[in-house]
Structure formats: C-alpha cells, structure tokens
Design a protein around this ligand. Structure first.
Ligand SMILES: Cc1cc2nc3c(=O)[nH]c(=O)nc-3n(C[C@H](O)[C@H](O)[C@H](O)COP(=O)(O)OP(=O)(O)OC[C@H]3O[C@@H](n4cnc5c(N)ncnc54)[C@H](O)[C@@H]3O)c2cc1C
Length: 388
C-alpha cells in the first residue's frame, strides 16, 4: 500500500510516524511538504519577546529526519487533489495513493480585515517573528494592541503575547510608558477556556493593568488604529493581530471542503465522501474553535491508526474529540496551564499556574511542561508517542 500525507506540520508529521510505527515496511509512507523545514510554532511567542531563540533551535529538517526513520519525503507544492483517480498533482509531478491524509493547515483570509496583515505583526512565521523582534528591540514606549479577528483560528498565542509584552515592558523598566490593549470578538476574554479561564483572564489582566476590549470585531486596520464594527477604535504603535483563516483552494477544487474550504470529516478523521481520504489538523472543518497543534497531533494519531488497522484487516474504530490543552508562557519561567472542552459543548474548564488561586500545578511546573514537550518533540524529530 502507498500512503500519502500532505503537509509537514504537527498533524502530518505525527500521522506519518504513527503509520510508520504501526505498518510493516512493505507499505510506503510518503510525506509531501512545500518546504523542507518544520518550525515549532508554539515557541514563536517566546522567540518574539525573548529574542534569544534562534530559528535553527526550533527547526526540524524534514528531508533529513524523515528518510532515516523510514518515511519518504517529497519537497513539493500540492497543486491539485484528484480523489476520483487517487492521485495528487504537485509542481514536481503526479503522485498516486491508496490512502491519503490531508494535513495542509490553512490560508489567511487576507482581505477580510483590510490593513490587518499590511500594518500589523502576526507571529505566524519565523520571518514575522524576526521582523517583530527587530521592532520590539527599539521600542521605548507607546501603545501595543494584541487581538484576534473574527474567524481567526486560535486566541492562545495572543493571550501569551499579551502576558509576554507586559513582562518585557516591566523588565525594561518602561511599563509606565506602555499601554497594553487586548481585544477579542467574543463576549469575554478567554471564553473558550470556560469559567475558570474567564476568571483567570479577568483577575490577571486587571492586576497587570491590561485594557481588555470584548465583543470587539475588527473591521479595518490603518497604520495607527484598529477600527471595530461598533465604531470603537484603538490607537497603536505596535499591532500584534491574528487574521481570519480560510481553507486551501485545492481542497475546495477537489470537492472536499465546506463553504470556507475546510475538510469535512467524521470522528475517525475520514472524509465524508471518499473512504480512503482522511484529514487532520487546522485544515479540518470543526464546529467550534480554537484550532490547535494539540488536536492536530491527536487527530493525526487517530487517522493514521485507523488507516493502519484497515490495511491490517482490523476494524478502524479510533475516534478524535477536540479539546483545548496548552500552557500560556507568562515569561520568567512561569506558565498557566489551561484545559477545556467548553467550545464543543463540554464543561471541563481547568486553569492552573500563575496568577490563579487554584490547586494543582504551580506556575513553574506549568511552564516546565510546555518547555519539556517542546524539547521532547524536537529531540525525537517529531516521533512522539506522548502528546501534550
Ligand atoms: C504563534 C503560534 C503559537 C501557537 N501555540 C500553540 C500552542 O502552544 N499549542 C497548540 O496546541 N497550538 C498552538 N498553535 C497552533 C498550532 O501551531 C496549529 O494548530 C498547528 O500548527 C496546526 O498543525 P497542522 O499540521 O494542522 O498545520 P500546519 O502546522 O499549518 O502545517 C501545514 C503544513 O502544510 C504545508 N502546506 C500547505 N499548503 C501546501 C501545499 N499546497 N503543498 C505542500 N505543502 C503545503 C505547510 O507548509 C505546512 O508545513 C500556535 C500557533 C501559532 C501561530
């Protein structure tokens, strides 16, 4: 059998290893990615505010680490998926598959909020992080705004950026000259984490003097202002914002996407229309957000295990349930551990660590978990069996 994995992010890498670790070597596993480099994005906010992490410290060279572990790597850009012919077209030729896992992440809907990507920083790529760090190094005071547009994938990186900005300003002795604003289109800050998250956000942001703007839907960004649907405006010197996401055009063209181009799958991560095509990670259509590496990796294990079982003649019964699980780096070796299934109708809402008067992990232990998982992932070239 020939199994093709499209996309070399968290979801694709973990799916490819799960296949390789489960199937006999007579079955080919090939990962296709447009770049040979994988960067551990969860470390981007830390890199952006602390400046001492080099890109190569958080990079995996996919063309080196995958082949030595029995996975073929193709550096190529996917240009079309042909489900009815079991083929994928790339800028480097056509590839055939028996099973396909789509793990291509997403695109930004650049035009939904005019000016957002032009005037603000996003922290979404290594280049963006470095551009931001160059600006921050010379920052001596003013207004900083962090936030997410409606339809953006995940607010977590902006909660982290808000905390790290506060710490950066205090460390440099300029907190009294820096105004920090955080906005969300939701009715409450940290709403996805449920009641415990909302309480943590309220207490922490108030204590640190961070201005929080809720139900704030950004509609336009000018060189010095974020403009909201209800007429509010925030003036800024540095804007750190996340744009809305949309699915890739190739997914829409293949007839695999919902109205926004996200792949429709069932709980086994199998597409509704083609039994030999699965999808995992940010490219998947989900009833609620956030989209996270945590779910991309867990979904990757589920899709790959189901494919492997099917090939081995066993029932494919593994299922994936979304949940929030991450640690917000608050700087200084402290973190806040958050876990929730509230966005998907559950009532799990856990916050442990800094500024939360709750039992459980300390702030230092929470940070340790984040750092330890990053080190574990990189040291094992992404071949991880434990998923944070
Ligand atoms: C700053 C930041 C911090 C974050 N922190 C956390 C965190 O602490 N915890 C957490 O759980 N999540 C975090 N996230 C979210 C997390 O990074 C994403 O949810 C995760 O990367 C999704 O993984 P994925 O494999 O689905 O997609 P991606 O990581 O986006 O990977 C998709 C891959 O497909 C490739 N690709 C796309 N199109 C093509 C094409 N046409 N041809 C070939 N290749 C293609 C891309 O180049 C990419 O390598 C963070 C995100 C950001 C931006």
């Amino acid at each position: 059998m020939n199994i093709l994995v499209l996309g070399g992010g968290f979801g694709g890498i973990v799916a490819a290893y799960t296949l390789r670790n489960t199937l006999l070597s007579e079955h080919e596993v090939t990962l296709v990615n447009q770049s040979s480099d994988f960067y551990l994005r969860a470390a981007f906010p830390t890199m952006a505010f602390e400046g001492d992490i080099r890109p190569e410290d958080i990079r995996l060279r996919l063309d080196e680490v995958l082949p030595v572990r029995g996975i073929n790597f193709r550096k190529a850009r996917v240009t079309a998926i042909r489900p009815e012919r079991n083929t994928v077209e790339t800028n480097d030729g056509e590839l055939r598959y028996d099973y396909l896992i789509i793990a291509m992440g997403t695109d930004f809907a650049k035009d939904n909020v005019p000016g957002l990507m032009e005037y603000c920083y996003s922290l979404w790529t290594v280049d963006e992080v470095q551009r931001f760090w160059s600006r921050l190094r010379t920052f001596t005071g003013g207004s900083v705004v962090t936030g997410t547009a409606l339809g953006s994938p995940c607010e977590g990186p902006m909660w982290e950026a808000t905390m790290l900005m506060d710490r950066f300003a205090r460390q440099r002795g300029m907190r009294d000259r820096v105004e920090i604003h955080h906005f969300t289109p939701k009715a409450l800050a940290l709403q996805p984490v449920g009641p415990a998250g909302v309480q943590w956000g309220k207490e922490t942001f108030a204590k640190l003097g961070i201005h929080v703007h809720t139900s704030a839907e950004a509609v336009r960004v000018t060189p010095d202002r974020v403009v909201f649907r209800d007429g509010r405006e925030i003036r800024y010197d540095i804007g750190l914002l996340v744009a809305p996401y949309i699915g890739h055009a190739v997914i829409v063209q293949a007839g695999l996407g919902d109205e926004n181009g996200f792949v429709l799958v069932d709980s086994k991560m199998r597409t509704r229309t083609f039994p030999n095509i699965f999808a995992v990670g940010d490219c998947v259509s989900v009833p609620a957000r956030p989209k996270m590496a945590h779910n991309a990796m867990r979904g990757g294990v589920v899709a790959a295990t189901n494919i492997a079982y099917e090939i081995m003649g066993k029932p494919a019964y593994w299922e994936h349930r979304n949940e929030i699980m991450c640690v917000i780096n608050n700087g200084g070796g402290k973190g806040t551990y958050v876990r929730s299934d509230v966005p998907w109708g559950g009532n799990l809402s856990i916050v442990m660590g800094a500024h939360a008067d709750t039992p459980g992990l300390t702030a230092e232990e929470s940070y340790f978990i984040k750092k330890a998982f990053a080190d574990y992932f990189l040291a094992n070239a992404g071949n991880v069996r434990f998923i944070m």
